[in-house]
Structures are given as structure tokens and as C-alpha cells.
Design a protein around this ligand. Structure first.
Ligand code: ATP
Length: 249
């Protein structure tokens, strides 16, 4: 799996005007990489994900997956949108199976696989409960399980932990990295948190305000597995400072 965005431009029609949102974005993701995208609020991050997922068609540029243009094509990524809510009238199991059901995969097989993953996602025993009984972290893990069950090698995660408290969020980081290393998927991750981006990623793209483009790209040289102690290292703090400079310049 190799994803490449080549000079992507995109606008939305607002009244009779075209409002430019994406202004020549170039970025890439290699197989197995964890790459974060960080940028000012409203700069166009979710729009970029919608373009990669084929929900929007770029006005200019190419989205290449393994060298093939996938502009406007759907079904090649697992996408967890920012407001990826669970349906309150469906059980947790029914909710996580939604993607599999919609795409008409073998339902029984998907069900068995989902059940086998409940412990790993910390949801064991809640299969037949309704989402109202889940904590915030558990709801996000259920939405993530639904995304993982889509089975695409590339995962797009749009601020999956944005609504969680700091402590739950930190626990989710370690948990997500653990899952990611076990499941061998490539992740493109949107966040507003510099710490989250550094802790999770191999690389980080900092975007400019709207109309957005890549301002700067950073490599995260910290070893894996990542530990909380690393967040106090000189390497970590230096990178954090550089990212802050880029973001708040
Ligand atoms: N379908 C649409 N039609 C018109 N304008 C849109 C549409 N989708 C997004 N926009 C506009 O594009 C801009 C970028 O929105 P987008 O959601 O991509 O930003 P974002 O960086 O993900 O924001 P946030 O950080 O707040 O999540 C915003 O000004 C938004 O109003």
C-alpha cells in the first residue's frame, strides 16, 4: 500500500462563488506507516480525508493508491469520520458490524471475527448491550472496531479521541498503538493535539490555514514501542517546540 496526494486542489461552491479549501496539497503514506495531519481549525483536514475516501472529487490533482488514480472512487479505505456515532437503537455488536453488512460481505464470518475482537477492543461482555451503557472511551473503541472491520489496509481516523478526557485519551493512545502494531495497517490520523501527533506518529504533516497546503513535514525519530517516559526526553521536547513554532507562527 502506498498513498500519494499530488498537487490536490479543491473548492466548495458558496452561493455563486468558489471558496478554495485545498490549495495544492502534496503528501504520501507508505505501507505500515502512522502519519498524522495537524493544522488550524477549519483549514481543510476533513475535506482532505473526504477526498481520499472518494466522497469528494478533487478539482485538480491526483490521489494515487499503489500508483493508480482513485480520484472520486470509494471503498478503498476504512474511514472513521469525526462524528462517527453509534446508532443508539442498535446493539454494540450490530453497530460494529454496520460496515460489513452494508458492503454485503459474508455476514456470519464478519460476525465471528467481530466477536473475536471484542476483548482486544476492551468491549468484551458488551456485545448485546446498547451504546448508552458504554463510557466515552468504549464508544470510541467500538467506532474504531467498526472501522478496523472494514478490512482496508489504509485507515483514515479523523480526530477519534478529540472528545475524550486527557487520562482516557492517553490510555487510548497506548491501546491504539498496540492494535496498530498487531494489525499491520497504515494510518492517516487527524488531530489538533501536538502531543498526540508526536506520541503516535512516524511522521507529521503540519498544514497551513485555509486554503490549506503542507507547511512542513516532520519525522518522529522516537523508538517503538512508545512509552510515557519518552514524552520527557530532549528529543520529544525539541520536536514539540518545532511543531509549536510551525503551528502558532
Ligand atoms: N460540503 C461542504 N460545502 C461547503 N463548504 C464546506 C463543505 N465541507 C467543508 N466546507 C468548508 O471547508 C472548510 C474546511 O472544512 P474541514 O471540515 O475540511 O476543516 P477541518 O480542518 O477538518 O476543520 P476542524 O479542524 O474544525 O475539524 C470549512 O470552512 C468548511 O466550512
Amino acid at each position: 500500500m502506498h498513498l500519494k496526494l499530488v498537487d490536490i486542489h479543491h473548492s466548495f461552491v458558496e452561493g455563486i462563488e468558489h471558496a478554495k479549501v485545498v490549495n495544492g496539497v502534496n503528501l504520501s503514506l507508505e505501507k505500515g506507516e502512522f502519519v498524522s495531519i495537524i493544522g488550524p481549525s477549519g483549514c481543510g483536514k476533513s475535506t482532505l480525508f473526504n477526498l481520499v475516501a472518494g466522497l469528494e472529487i478533487p478539482m485538480e490533482g491526483e490521489i494515487l493508491l499503489n500508483g493508480q488514480s482513485v480520484n472520486g472512487q470509494r471503498g478503498h479505505v476504512s474511514y472513521m469520520m469525526q462524528k462517527d456515532l453509534l446508532f443508539p437503537w442498535k446493539t454494540v455488536l450490530e453497530n460494529v458490524l454496520l460496515g460489513a453488512t452494508v458492503s454485503k460481505e459474508n455476514v456470519r464470518e464478519a460476525r465471528e471475527e467481530a466477536l473475536s475482537l471484542f476483548p482486544l477492543f476492551g468491549l468484551e461482555g458488551y456485545e448485546n448491550n446498547y451504546p448508552t451503557v458504554l463510557s466515552g472511551g468504549m464508544k470510541q473503541r467500538a467506532a474504531l472496531l467498526r472501522t478496523f472491520l472494514h478490512k482496508k489496509e489504509l485507515l483514515l481516523l479523523d480526530e477519534p479521541f478529540g472528545a475524550l478526557d486527557a487520562l482516557t485519551r492517553e490510555k487510548m493512545h497506548e491501546w491504539l498503538l498496540d492494535i496498530w502494531s498487531q494489525m499491520q495497517r497504515s494510518v492517516l490520523f487527524i488531530t489538533h493535539s501536538i502531543d498526540e501527533a508526536i506520541f503516535l506518529s512516524d511522521r507529521i504533516y503540519v498544514l497551513t490555514p485555509r486554503p490549506t497546503a503542507v507547511l512542513q513535514e516532520f519525522n518522529v525519530e522516537l523508538a517503538r514501542p512508545r512509552t510515557k517516559e519518552m514524552t520527557l526526553s530532549d528529543e520529544y521536547l525539541e520536536l514539540k517546540q518545532k511543531l509549536m513554532k510551525a503551528l502558532y507562527r
